[in-house]
Design a protein around this ligand. Structure first.
Ligand code: NDP
Ligand code: X2W
Length: 323
């Protein structure tokens, strides 16, 4: 019999995608509630405590409630919400963070996955901090664009359901301009920063896929690195990784006129690019990922595979396989 897995919030955007990635697997036995029970704390508690591993795909308050309902000390948890991402008692669910993280995830009882924008931002920033090319107190700016599925069921409805009271025909909007986006604390804590970056996200009128950008004036960095040194540090950090890859500088130059946020949709891949000009002393680092893949459900399945000792890419598409 396979490991018993309960997805709390399985009817939502992230939950449904995790379910699709797990349901055909003989190594997994999915525990499930029917629609009339899925928000009932008594039924949820029953499955939360019957499972070997639960994945929380819930709003933050419901994720906290789920943890409070746990009585079985053997039940392990992956939380997709923001509730525990900077909690020191939870292991951060980005296995490529550094050389030790995959093993920490594999052994953990409580794993808190990064947000979708944070996955891209941390992936770009952390290697430069670790290599000493970016000082932790550097005043960074980060920009992002996401498909509307990043806002979950409510936002999807507002773009796709003309009868919804929130229906919008907007092509594009920037948000988070109060500068308190919920991903900033985890970008600081897990990226290795001491200075809060300015993060400006946006949503465009397409469903899925994102770009996260970190512009850098290289002369303003204490280490004054070249574009090539930045690229070398990021490439070395992810050497041998299955799901995070770094485009060569030549490939980046070829996509400098158009980078598609949807290119990796349906996969658990994240592709990192370093664009730049040595003479100008300027660079723009970009992460390309599926907000619902490596940004959410793919990351959850990747961590589940690690925690249960299963094959790394079981249930996960990579770009090579999707092509
Ligand atoms: N969408 C994305 O790109 C990403 C999302 N996440 C995170 O994953 C989590 C889920 O997000 P997402 O799937 O987009 O959101 P959705 O709104 O699509 O899904 C949330 C689900 O949780 C259900 N739910 C709400 N309250 C309760 C409760 N008390 N008990 C049981 N179920 C409940 C909702 O039911 P109902 O709809 O009936 O209210 C819905 O089915 C969030 O924390 C989000 O921040 C993380 C990374 C990326
Ligand atoms: C487009 C959009 O609205 N995106 C969401 C973040 C999506 C994500 O990463 O979710 P969690 O951090 O909740 O896990 C937002 O900005 O609130």
């Amino acid at each position: 019999m396979g490991a018993r897995v309960f997805i709390d919030g399985e009817a939502g955007t992230t939950g449904l995608q995790i379910r699709a990635r797990l349901q055909e697997r003989s190594s997994i036995e999915l525990l499930s509630l029917d629609d009339s029970q899925r928000k009932d704390a008594v039924h949820r508690a029953r499955l939360l405590n019957a499972a070997d591993l639960v994945i929380l795909c819930l709003p933050d308050a419901a994720a906290r409630e789920a943890v409070s309902l746990l009585e079985n000390p053997e039940t392990r948890v992956i939380d997709a919400s923001t509730a525990h991402r900077t909690d020191p008692d939870w292991v951060f669910g980005f296995p490529e963070l550094d050389a030790r993280q995959a093993e920490l995830v594999a052994k953990a009882r409580f794993v808190s996955n990064p947000g979708c924008y944070s996955t891209g931002a941390i992936a770009l920033i952390r290697p430069l901090i670790d290599a000493g090319l970016l000082q932790p107190d550097f005043p960074l700016t980060i920009n992002g664009v996401s498909g509307y599925s990043g806002g979950g069921r409510g936002m999807i409805e507002s773009y796709e359901d003309e009868s919804s009271p929130n229906y919008t025909t907007r092509a594009f909007h920037t948000y988070g301009l109060g500068l308190h986006h919920k991903h900033v604390p985890e970008i600081v804590a897990r990226g290795g920063l001491t200075q809060r970056p300015i993060f400006v996200p946006s949503v465009a009128r397409y469903s899925q896929g994102m770009l996260v950008q970190v512009p850098l004036q290289l002369g303003a960095l204490a280490a004054k690195p070249s574009v090539a040194a930045i690229h070398a540090a990021i490439s070395a950090h992810y050497a041998g990784q299955r799901f995070v890859s770094v485009a060569s500088l030549e490939e980046a130059a070829r996509c400098a006129t158009a980078l598609d946020p949807r290119a990796l949709n349906g996969t658990n891949d994240m592709r990192l690019y370093v664009f730049g000009d040595e003479e100008l002393g300027q660079a723009v680092l970009v992460a390309q990922l599926d907000n619902l893949g490596k940004g959410a459900s793919g990351a959850a399945v990747q961590n589940l595979n690690l925690m249960l000792g299963l094959t790394a890419d079981e249930g996960l598409e990579t770009r090579a396989a999707a092509e």
